[in-house]
Design a protein around this ligand. Sequence first.
Ligand SMILES: [Zn+2]
Length: 517
Amino acid sequence: MSFYQTYRPKKIAELDLASVRDVLLSTLASGKISHAYLFVGPRGSGKTSTARILAQIVNCEKNQNKTEDFSEPCGECEACRVIGGGSSVDVIEIDAASNGLVDDIRDLREKVRLSPVQLQKKIYIIDEVHMVSTAGFNALLKTLEEPPTHALFILCTTESQKVPETISSRCARVNFTKATVDEVVESLLKAVKGEKLNIAGEVLRQIAEATDGSFREGHKILEQLSSYDKKINEDTLTKVLGVVGRHSVKKLLVSVSNANTEEITDTFASMEKTGVKATILVSSLLEEAKALMENKIRSGESAGLYLEIIDGLITAADRIKISPLPLLPIEIALLSVALGEKGGITRPKVETPAQEKLLPKDSIVRSSSETLIKRREETDSSTGSAQNNQAVLVNIESVKTGWGDFLSSMAESNGSLAGMLRLVSPVDVQGKSLTISVTSRFQQDMLERDVKRKLIEEQMSKVWGPMTFKCVLIDKVVRTDAIQEDENLTAPKDEMVSAGSGVMSAAEKIFGSKNGI
Ligand SMILES: [Zn+2]
């Protein structure tokens, strides 16, 4: 038997998903056990294990003639044993993903009327129920409409939206979520103890992080690792799974902050040899850099370096998919930050596509480009910029076109400030005032500090002539969705411009306030 089967929970109280455990414990206490359940959740979240426990509970000798305050399965009575051993004829598990299903369900309609042979209740566990055909659902529906008292149905699915409403409305729904890292660790610890494995807590955590919230996946990885050696450390992890140890991740980031480019290339060379997986490396680096950035912010130090690293890594994550050498985009991202730290070396402009992605082309940006602003001449000479006193049209398009130049020139005078500006994007120009969108209050505070503002506006004037800027705080996730769904933005462009304040008023409509302006 696999680890996952051997160490699966045997009682409701042992379920690893806290939310499901709590719901079902209160169901047991109240005695309100439904005749049909719909278990919804991702693969490996424990739906089938839970279904079997429920099958034992309604059949366990301890619970006969009870109407409330049901006990957990005793594990010893005949019913508990045959169900636990998977050998009861009255527990019928149907995998809807396999063939001959319609027949199975039609068959079910006939047979469900017959009393159980061995147990008090017949249990039907239908896995991947969303795969059942229309004919099958019709048959199932008729059964659920008049359920015999001696049957309990447990329908499991990873895609609840594909289960007809007529079916799901007749079931008590239990939501299985992706497990948290802690929950996976907790579940794995049972196998660690049972198998007497020697593994550090930190390594166990890294396994849990690599599972994407699946208990089954976690046990599979642990089992695989333990087949090499009972003693499992970071090296085993890298060798077997291509998972990179936390220690190496930290070391890489230190190399970047020390601008030690040689150490970075050496580390990548050895990672290539051991077969480190790029997707795992990039997310480990991001997590670590994020933690370091937050520490810096908490202690009031400059977090510019980490903002820059995070920005580069996000772009690299995208490029991994198209790179013939998957680790290379990550190496380039880290090297270019390190080179920037060394000073004077212009970074490759990896940031441009990311900025374009921030706002859908068809909404705000396009309409704002219609508002061409003619700069007034009289104030041009005030900053002594390279521009002469000719009238220059500055609009959002020209700002976007020159943004790369502006960032390069910024990088030459102040690397960390340039790093921060790589994370924001220009959204609108009104007169000589540029509006840039920021995604956090922290970014806004940093950019709007007097000293920084002066530096930024000085560099802006070199590219576009005298200019001021203001920040608008936009929530990263809400923004894209809101813009796509908001009808205001699909209105004719003229209407938006004639609304007076144009784009920004539209943005305020969407985001509901003048937050951060
Ligand atoms: Zn029992």
